[in-house]
Design a protein around this ligand. Structure first.
Ligand code: GRG
Length: 293
């Protein structure tokens, strides 16, 4: 089956579970409604797909797989709600619909983001089953690092600082690693951690997720420039207008695919055993490069 079909079918399963979970836990207050709007208003659900594929490798139970995925999408939705705010990337649209601060108001959107962040920690600290307290603490600690100053928030800060600045490729890759890579790293490696895999395999899963996220962001920047509102669901061409520092700006569109392929092939060569035991890992990594189609 084609990867796009698999991702879409997982999206349907995930949305069913996540919608039920949100309905069970969120009230019908304005805040609850804004949280639901910001997290159920579309989205490709790529991160839950990475959780699923990693869970398949380590045979993680379904409850824990779905809780991890829900927790990650709550953090992701939080980051998108805040990213759209006037003080951040200032976009009235997300996923083809009004962004949360436009649908509700700015204060409600800030609170909805905050509360989705907290909801993620509520899930990961209280809803995983059959794991010992030490492993649970370890995964909570890892999520905190992935989202905080050395993760998403740190990356977003660099993204803002680098606007209209002369930065080099390493600066940009470091920013991508934090702003996008860290949550993908968590998505792919958290099942390995919960399954108590070896240190070596956990390291592999972290590197895989980080690389996936970096490439995802490199391509996302290209899509921002070449696509229409209908394709990306938000205002296109904003990176250029806002003077964002992107890899695209430094090396140009023609070299992007080669740059990504180089990185991917180096990583595959370094980890031949994992890639030969799990054939789909290569296709999944290269899926990023088909996002233009
Ligand atoms: C600390 C979590 C946290 C947030 C505050 C605003 C912010 C700091 C971080 C935002 C980082 C950000 C917007 C990164 C971009 C990552 C990215 C490529 C988002 C788009 O992901 P898709 O394409 O989106 O998976 P869908 O809509 O499909 O879910």
């Amino acid at each position: 089956m084609k990867l796009n079909t698999l991702i879409n079918s997982n999206k349907i399963q995930f949305n069913y579970f996540y919608n039920k979970l949100l309905n069970k836990h969120l009230s019908s207050s304005i805040l609850g409604k804004a949280m639901k709007y910001g997290s159920m208003n579309g989205g490709k659900r790529i991160r839950p797909y990475l959780v699923k594929e990693a869970s398949k490798i380590v045979k993680l139970n379904k409850n824990n797989m779905m809780i991890l995925a829900s927790c990650i999408e709550s953090i992701h939705s939080y980051s998108l709600i805040h990213d759209d705010l006037p003080s951040m990337d200032n976009d009235d649209y997300r996923r083809g619909k009004l962004s949360t601060h436009k649908k509700f108001n700015e204060a409600t959107a800030i609170l909805a983001g905050d509360a989705l962040h907290d909801f993620a920690f509520e899930l990961i600290s209280g809803h995983l089953k059959n794991i010992d307290e030490k492993t649970n603490l370890k995964i909570i600690n890892f999520l905190s690092k992935s989202t905080g100053h050395i993760g998403l928030a740190g990356g977003q800060s660099l993204d803002l600082i680098y606007e209209r600045k002369n930065v080099n490729i390493n600066n940009i890759l470091e920013m991508y690693k934090k702003k996008t890579g860290k949550l993908f790293e968590f998505s792919f490696s958290s099942p390995f951690i919960l399954a108590n895999e070896t240190k070596q395999r956990i390291n592999f899963s972290k590197e895989y997720g980080l690389l996936f996220g970096q490439i995802f962001q490199i391509i996302d920047d290209v899509l921002d420039q070449i696509n229409s509102f209908e394709r990306i669901g938000k205002t296109p061409g904003k990176d250029k207008k806002q003077g964002k520092s992107t890899l695209l700006k430094i090396i140009g569109k023609e070299k992007i695919i080669d740059f990504c392929n180089n990185k991917i092939n180096k990583f595959i060569n370094k980890n031949k055993k994992e890639f030969s035991e799990n054939k789909f890992l290569e296709d999944l990594l290269k899926f990023n490069l088909t996002r233009f189609n």
